[in-house]
Design a protein around this ligand. Structure first.
Ligand code: FMN
Ligand code: SF4
Length: 684
């Protein structure tokens, strides 16, 4: 299809210092849990983005010195010359597709606990390290430390140029780097020329920009990433105050401004807490105070929203981290008039959890993310079928939809049957909960793709029995029947049923999603610890109920620390008036009273409660699998070659895991032996 001329402006070239970007799509820095530990996987992931049309592809934060050691987190590393060849793999790969490649040089200062290097952390002033409550303090940098740091930064810029980078970032954002720490009054208590006035606190940033320009500016563009607002009021940098003053002060010094808000949780807000384009109000001033090109972010997936940013003079480049993870081919799809095929980011931040858990990046929408090298998976290409096969997929939730999509793309005949009238399974149900509407994109993208395939038949409102599966006559059967929430209280800390659970009046998240609400004061017991417990509490509170959220964890929705949401969730619930009781087990429920137990002392207390919503764990809908397993002989007689369970009906997990399971089966069912576990081993 030809490109819609409305979007032409997105494909204009833009000059950045001595270089020209071929369009306005800018993949801003994002870590990925591969970094220095898995350089081949990292290079291939970035290459795919370049192939997908991004004009600029950036690294994640890249440590420039052992005193900025972020271990155990896996970021980029450029401590010395030995790191150059690994990063050069990325630049070569990205250059093959005509994209510019950027590196974000980072000294994390007091944010680096230096657990591997055992160096003493550095900061503008003597202060406790901010890394996970590590019991250590950073020392105040002397003038000679500042000189040394400038030398390391300069050397890193020279090495970056040698590795083939086109754009070198000076990083002062997220509260995660030394130049930012110097800017922050709360961290910079110095009384010399690097402390006090904004001009003094900005001195280090200015020097780093000048040093970098002087070192590599003839060939490379020098970018600054700066958080114009920390969203902490007068205690921090504000766009209406020092944020604006700083950009105005250094306006023409760098070749490019990449501006956002801080801290990371504010910058990478989930869709539960912010809509697309949420950073505009903070960054819109930037282009009024500099003539240099400006990059901004805001989970942009709509080409119209992007065009609007450019036309209204807010941004020159559409910066994207998550939209480029969910769909590395986003620019190409707009360019070729296929914008309806964009796999839009749902704003869940599962991608961020890779960094927090120190494992390769995963994405709910894009199951190939992080698997480009290990499995050789491409986000847009699937291998054609090796032979003809006929599939019956039972269940059109995230696993079933993705499995049908990929099998259909491979050219197989697919019958997708769903018991309900609506498709999408848990995704459709959960997307009705407060703040999760964007999650329906998991269903909508796949449905949109399936409707384009002539070889996939979708049957709604069609519950099937084992006998019907046998009669159906498909050669391969895939069960993707999902899971349901347990009623007996078995969860993460209670591995046996809770006395009194399972009785009448006790509800689960499934009941709430089906519109069955409790009456009277309600305890939401969360022993699951991801998002559902908190959201169910929110939902019931919004229905006007008195809600007490009880959890054995130390905080509400504890796992959402890994998606940068925990603070926002707890704050939100408190503001809504949900009572929160942490570190508390559920010992029993009598029908009108819950018996609670302190996780530390075992002391028990009673809590009057008319109802309980139990959010503990789920059990697979495996009845059909069991019935088919019991009919092994009949399967052979019916010509069925295989029956497999995928996703939640095999073992309940995240939506990301369900999509991955569907994708994996569809790619690998016919080549199980050829797909080994490809690893990157240290060379000896
Ligand atoms: C998985 C992930 C890792 C990130 N890592 C970095 C990083 O290393 N350096 C950085 O400056 N920003 C990092 N960010 C922030 C992004 O660059 C970006 O500013 C933010 O996600 C908002 O843009 P988006 O809405 O397009 O995702 C990261 C974001 C994500 C989602
Ligand atoms: S994991 Fe979620 S937030 Fe991250 S890119 Fe994928 S869909 Fe977007």
């Amino acid at each position: 299809m030809p490109r819609d001329p409305r979007f032409d402006i997105l494909f204009e070239p833009v000059k950045i210092g001595p270089l020209t970007a071929k369009n306005r799509f800018f993949q801003v820095p994002h870590c990925n849990g591969m970094g220095h530990a898995k350089p081949r996987a990292h290079a291939e992931m970035r290459r795919v983005k370049a192939e997908g049309g991004w004009a600029v592809v950036s690294t994640e934060e890249v440590e420039i010195h052992p005193s900025s050691d972020l271990s155990p987190y896996i970021e980029g590393r450029l401590w010395d010359d030995s790191d150059v060849p690994f990063l050069a793999m990325m630049t070569e790969a990205v250059h093959r597709h005509g994209a510019l490649v950027a590196i974000e040089l980072v000294h994390a200062g007091m944010n680096a606990a230096n657990l591997y290097s055992r160096e003493v952390s550095l900061a503008p002033s003597a202060i406790a390290t901010s890394a996970n409550f590590a019991p250590a303090q950073a020392r105040a940098m002397s003038k000679s430390d500042i000189r040394a740091f400038r030398t390391w930064h300069r050397q890193a810029a020279l090495r970056a140029r040698r590795a083939g980078f086109d754009i070198v970032y000076v990083y002062a954002a997220h509260g995660l780097s030394l130049p930012m720490h110097f800017l922050q009054r709360r961290h910079n208590h110095r009384t010399d020329e690097y402390g006090g006035t904004l001009a003094n606190r900005a001195r280090l940033l200015r020097e780093l920009i000048e040093d970098t320009k002087e070192a590599v500016g003839a060939d490379c563009a020098v970018a600054v990433r700066f958080a114009v607002d920390e969203l902490r009021g007068g205690d921090g940098i504000e766009a209406s105050g020092e944020g604006r003053e700083l950009v105005a002060m250094l306006a023409e010094l760098p070749d490019l401004w990449d501006v956002n808000v801080s801290d990371w949780a504010h910058d990478s807000r989930t869709s539960r807490f912010a809509p697309e384009g949420y950073q505009e109000e903070f960054v819109r001033f930037v282009k009024t105070v500099t003539t240099k090109p400006v990059v901004g972010v805001g989970r942009f997936t709509s080409p119209d929203a992007m065009v609007s940013q450019i036309r209204r003079g807010v941004l020159d480049f559409i910066g994207a981290a998550r939209p480029s993870i969910a769909d590395p081919f986003l620019p190409r799809k707009i360019e070729s008039g296929d914008e309806d095929d964009i796999r839009e980011c749902i704003g869940c931040n599962v991608c961020v959890s890779g960094d927090y858990t120190m494992t390769p990046i995963r994405c709910t929408q894009n199951p190939t993310m992080g698997e480009e090298w290990r499995k050789g998976w491409h986000p847009e290409k699937v291998p054609p079928r090796s032979g003809e096969d006929d599939f019956l997929i039972v269940g059109a939730g995230p696993a079933g939809l993705e499995c049908a999509r990929v099998l259909g793309r491979r050219g197989h005949t697919v019958h997708l049957v769903e018991a309900q009238t609506e498709l999408g399974g848990r995704v459709t149900r959960e997307a009705r909960l407060p703040g999760l509407a964007a999650w329906a994109r998991v269903r909508d993208y796949r449905l949109g793709q399936l409707l384009k395939l002539g070889n996939v038949e979708i049957l709604r409102a069609s519950p099937v029995t084992a006998e019907q599966v046998l009669e159906f006559g498909a050669r391969r059967v895939v069960l993707a029947t999902g899971a349901r929430w347990r009623r007996d209280g078995v969860g993460r800390t209670h591995t046996l049923p809770v006395p009194g659970f399972g009785r009448e009046g006790l509800l689960t998240p499934d009941d709430v999603m089906d519109g069955r609400y409790p009456a009277g004061p309600t305890v939401v017991f969360d022993d699951d610890h991801y998002y559902i417990g908190g959201i169910v509490a929110e939902k019931l509170r919004r229905e006007g109920l008195e809600v007490i959220l009880v959890t054995p964890a130390e905080r509400v929705s504890a796992w959402t620390v890994n998606t940068l949401e925990q603070h926002a969730i707890q704050r939100h619930l408190l503001e809504l008036g949900v009572r929160i009781m942490t570190n508390t087990h559920m010992a029993a429920f009598s029908g009108d009273e819950a018996t609670l137990e302190c996780v530390y002392t075992g002391r028990r207390s009673g809590l009057a409660a008319a109802s309980i919503v139990t959010v503990t764990s789920r059990e697979s809908n495996d009845e059909l699998a069991d019935a088919l397993a019991a009919s092994a002989q009949a399967l052979g007689a019916a010509g069925i070659a295989s029956v497999v369970s995928i996703g939640d009906c095999l073992a309940p997990s995240t939506i990301a895991a369900a999509v991955y399971a569907g994708h994996r089966y569809a790619r690998e069912f016919d080549q199980p032996d050829s797909v080994g576990f490809r690893r990157e081993l240290p060379q000896i």
